[in-house]
Design a protein around this ligand. Structure first.
Ligand code: GLC
Length: 742
């Protein structure tokens, strides 16, 4: 079937059935018929709620526009009082009393902050990810928010880009599965329930492919790669009922995503059948002028609205120009009506016409924000997200009998562990690593802290190292707490050198030398894959903790002292050197793969090809054995599903969780296929000595791909299945698909 003929698989936003959707349509049509052109255009205008220098809600300078019906949505507006006050201006003082839609970036927590999304992806725990999204939606809704600009589903293979922290890493399948879980968690099952939010999948599309990992940079992809790698997570989110889409800042093949007919009309509407609303990213319509596709605001607005944008975030161009564009015939009023229908439909689906104040609730806000239950959920997910990268000599878990702990490094005693995009989260609520260790070990232990060096980029000061070494010499265990500052992996935070910032590596070297036989555990707090080759060469134990959120210190202590066995698996490859980027597991073999010739092969003179830590990798405090792999048969027809099964045994002395990963290779096809692709996974818990019989089913859909004509096809031929604990494991099991049914 051709891509253009792709069957329309996206239903109503929120998964509403047709009858429910139609009931909303009727209400919207009645209201639309009463609206003037100016009022319609006002609905397409989204502005930021202003705040004073402390960030507290202030009397906004937008209230006058709201009363005049010139604002449809306000973002960065939250808090019961602030949202109620603004809503009153719209509902009680504008001519038609159309309620405002309040949007906010609730990405990995509202007040209780969960691990950053890249860390959550490392848990591979879809139920846990859904629960985290549920909690953040419940908290945001209680504070008057209706709509969150999440999930962010930008597949990314370049860790120089700071926003890798906000997505689910390099793999399309894992990102798609996580997108579905996040939409389910955010929107819940009952649309408009006051503990849910409308979701907004972003950034449409391919923002994660910015050239050189440089923020906001150019994106240029074949349509084959766009549709095969970057678009499926958006479709997954929309199939799960995601209510809206946000356009990306970047160009895609020389056309800005914010006025891209292929993306916004052909694929989103004609192929996928999406019926919800499209909002731009912040001032993206104005930026069409800077991109060089619009002479002025009129042309920028015309191109964006005619391409399919429904709401203008913060550029103010729609409110300024659309009336003139309609009057002169450059924009059909029917296009305005279509956009306004989608916006009003969303407000109606959220129940805002029945009760515009139904979300903001003092009691709910007091009861649920930072509740013990939410903190427990955040702590649990943080422990599930951590990835044990190295554990030579089983340094970890540390004994909880240690009496003198030296906690060395710039992240040992800081609350800056909730990451970027932390919503209304507060560092003051964060459990530091020092506090977490102190709470875990109790009064019997002494914790001696020293930063040693800073984690600021470019800081060369090493004057604090000697004092740190003094503590190391007194300790019976050392914990090195290293990593990035929250500001270094974020929007507008790309890095050309993704090593440990400042002189942290020197600190690690000196501490490890001084420690002698004293156990040293290194904990990393960072928002992206780092180049850790030197650290890996000298540190015996390395735990990747990412930015774990409000309960950071407790969660890390849970894992460091063995109360929780690490189970995380990397959602993104860690390069050996920044010069390898992009390095990702599901690459093509090339015509001269490494090894075919000592010289003439696809390789470097100065580095291995593979990543230091591969996609899907993560150690445990126990060990697992894979055995008895077999397939239901070795030859199947095109429409058949192949069952493969195996046994996974916990061969260690501790309970553990293993993420069993199934990879597939189509060995020879009409287009080149990756050496392997993740198609399914199981997260299983096993007691020491226990084993599980794991089954997978390889369906025709899993074997399908886009051919050179961009058609989704399955082709007969040889396939390899590899099942293991990461993307480098698993003995290939071969099976054949024949053109005829077996
Ligand atoms: C930002 C981000 C986008 C966010 C929006 C509103 O620039 O690109 O992800 O939702 O503006 O804050």
């Amino acid at each position: 079937m051709s891509a253009q003929g792709t069957k329309q698989t996206v239903g109503q936003p929120f998964g509403l059935d047709t009858a429910q959707g139609r009931a909303l349509d009727e209400m919207v049509e009645t209201l639309l018929a009463q609206m003037t052109l100016e009022e319609k255009i006002g609905q397409m205008n989204q502005v930021a709620g202003s705040r004073d220098t402390t960030g507290a809600p202030a009397n906004t300078d937008i209230e006058d526009d709201v009363r005049q019906g010139r604002v449809g949505s306000v973002f960065n507006a939250f808090g019961v009082e602030f949202t109620r006050e603004l809503q009153t201006q719209a509902v009680a003082h504008s001519r038609l009393g159309i309620p405002l839609l309040f949007g906010y970036d609730i990405i990995h927590g509202f007040k209780t902050i969960f691990p950053i999304p890249l860390a959550q992806a490392a848990s591979w725990h879809l139920e846990g990810i859904e629960r985290a999204a549920r909690v953040m939606a419940r908290e945001g809704a209680a504070s008057g928010v209706h709509w969150t600009f999440a999930p962010m589903v930008d597949v990314a293979r370049d860790p120089r880009w700071g926003r890798v922290m906000e997505g689910a890493g390099e793999d399309t399948h894992l990102t798609s599965q996580i997108a579905r879980a996040q939409v389910r968690g955010i929107q819940g099952r009952a649309p408009g329930a006051t503990d849910t939010l409308a979701a907004c999948v972003k950034h449409y599309a391919a923002y994660g492919a910015v050239e050189a990992g440089r923020e906001y940079n150019t994106v240029d992809l074949s349509e084959w790669r766009l549709r095969s790698i970057y678009l499926p997570p958006f479709l997954a989110a929309l199939e799960e009922g995601c209510a809206s889409v946000m356009t990306a800042f970047n160009t895609l093949n020389a056309i800005p995503a914010t006025c891209h007919p292929l993306l916004l009309d052909q694929i989103l509407r004609r192929e996928w059948g999406f019926k919800g609303m499209v909002v731009t990213d912040y001032t993206a319509i104005m930026e069409l002028e800077r991109h060089g596709v619009a002479e002025d605001a009129l042309e920028a607005s015309r191109k964006a609205v005619n391409a399919g944008v429904d709401m203008d975030m913060q550029s103010g161009y729609f409110i300024k120009t659309l009336e003139e564009l309609v009057r002169c015939g450059a924009v059909e009023e029917a296009r305005i009506d279509e956009a306004v229908r989608r916006i009003l439909w969303l407000k109606a689906a959220l129940g805002l016409f029945e009760d515009p104040y139904r979300y903001a609730d003092d009691e709910r806000e007091a009861e649920c924000l930072l509740s013990d239950a939410h903190r427990r959920a955040a702590r649990e997910q943080a422990t599930e997200s951590m990835v044990l990268l190295k554990n030579e000599g089983n340094v970890l878990p540390l004994s909880d009998q240690h009496k003198k702990i030296a906690l060395i490094g710039p992240l040992g005693n800081t609350p800056r562990l909730i990451g970027s995009w932390h919503g209304n989260g507060d560092h003051d609520d964060t459990v530091t690593l020092r506090d977490g260790i102190a709470q875990r070990l109790g009064n019997g232990a002494t914790i001696m802290c020293a930063d040693g060096v800073s984690n600021q980029i470019g800081d060369t000061d090493t004057s604090g190292i000697e004092a740190a070494l003094e503590l190391v010499r007194q300790a019976d265990a050392v914990i090195l707490a290293l990593g990035e500052d929250e500001a270094f992996a974020d929007e507008a935070a790309s890095r050309t050198d993704i090593g440990l910032p400042g002189m942290q590596l020197e600190l690690a070297r000196r501490v490890l030398e001084a420690a002698g036989d004293t156990p040293v555990a290194t904990v990393l707090f960072n928002g992206r894959p780092l180049t850790l080759t030197e650290l890996d060469g000298m540190a015996p134990a390395i735990l990747e903790a990412w930015w774990p959120g409000t309960e950071a210190g407790n969660a890390v202590a849970d894992v460091l002292f063995g109360d929780v066995t690490p189970a995380g698996k990397l959602p993104m490859s860690f390069p050996r050197h920044v010069g390898q980027i992009p390095v990702y597991y599901n690459a093509f073999n090339t015509g001269r793969p490494k090894g075919v010739d000592p010289k003439y092969a696809s390789k470097y003179l100065d580095s291995p090809n593979d990543s230091l830590y591969p996609f899907g990798f993560g150690l445990s405090y126990t060990t697992f054995e894979y055995s008895a792999l077999k397939a239901s048969c070795s030859e199947i027809g095109m429409n058949d599903t192949l069952e493969v099964s195996l046994t996974v045994t916990n061969t260690g002395k501790r309970q553990g969780i293993e993420v069993v990963q199934l990879y597939l290779q189509d060995v020879s096809a009409s287009v080149v296929r990756p050496v392997r692709e993740l198609k399914d996974f199981r997260r299983i818990e096993l007691a020491p000595g226990a084993c599980a019989h794991v089954r997978f089913h390889i369906t025709p859909e899993m074997r399908s791909f886009l051919n050179a004509e961009l058609e989704t096809v399955q082709e007969p031929g040889r396939f390899h299945v590899q099942i293991g604990g990461d993307s480098t494991q698993g003995k290939p099991l071969e099976f054949h698909v024949t053109p005829h049914c077996a």
